[in-house]
Design a protein around this ligand. Structure first.
Ligand code: BTN
Length: 247
């Protein structure tokens, strides 16, 4: 599977995902992408807001029409996390970790979030793949200050948005081509995530909280959690938090 990227640039949008969904509903081609200098209503997973100050991040969405079974669609965010990891390493030298399902971390803080939304379009089902990379923020809103970081904070360099985008597009194309071989995506994801195996975590889905040790990922991307009573719980939605050992 391949796509030919065509990038539309905007000064300000409510959300690049929302704008691209509108273009997709008008028949936009696979590979159509939208970048904005700022988002006034940037969206994250689980109905959260995504802070998107002007010029401080890469706010990017791309339209994909993957010809893979629907059960494998969760792997689209996995391949995106792999691509962002490659792009950040190539463009800035930064090594990142991946926290299930799709947060990229630097120094244990979130540097990138990924939001994939499935939509119906006149020419079939599609995915709006949204990627937000914190580039130059050095101050975050109080609720994020302990958990977020940026490329400039992590590297001490001032990254250029276009340099990162220029590395991201071919990286996405490379990993997208591998979606037909889901086991390769899962294996690569596991090799790059310190959360894939042996991590003591708490998982919350909004209603329930579980604690356990991670023990791999299913073929469809579900996280395997070994609980204290010896069961393996499969996690398909929610937030994962590292549990710090008590002293
Ligand atoms: C998350 O970690 O919760 C996902 C954040 C995704 C943010 C990006 S920024 C570009 C695109 N447009 C949006 O409104 N959201 C995604």
């Amino acid at each position: 599977m391949t796509f030919k990227p065509k990038v539309l640039r905007f000064e300000s949008l409510p959300s690049t995902n929302t704008e691209l969904a509108r273009l997709a509903s008008e028949g936009g081609a696979e590979g159509l992408a939208v970048v904005a200098d700022e988002q006034t209503a940037g969206r994250g997973r689980l109905q959260r807001a995504w802070s998107s100050p002007k010029g401080a991040g890469l706010y990017f969405s791309i339209l994909l029409r993957p010809a893979i079974p629907t059960e494998d669609w969760p792997l689209i965010t996995f391949m995106a996390a792999l691509a962002v990891g490659d792009a950040l390493r190539e463009a800035t030298g930064l090594q990142t970790d991946i926290k299930w399902p799709n947060d990229l971390l630097a120094n244990e803080r979130k540097i990138c979030g990924i939001l994939a939304e499935a939509i119906e379009t006149p020419v079939g089902r599609a995915v709006i793949l949204g990627i937000g990379i914190n580039l130059t923020q050095n101050a975050f809103p109080p609720e994020l200050s302990d958990v977020a970081t940026s490329v400039s904070e992590a590297t001490g360099q001032k990254p250029e948005r276009e340099t990162i985008l220029a590395a991201l597009l071919p990286a996405l194309s490379r990993w997208y081509a591998l979606l037909n071989e889901p086991e390769k995506i899962v294996a690569a994801w596991c090799s790059r995530s310190s959360y894939a195996n042996g991590k003591l975590v708490q998982v919350s889905n909004g209603d329930e909280v579980w604690q356990g040790t991670t023990c791999g990922v299913e073929h469809d991307g579900a996280l395997r959690l070994g609980t204290a009573n010896g069961e393996i719980k499969l996690v398909r939605a929610g937030d994962v938090y590292k549990v710090r050992p008590s002293s």
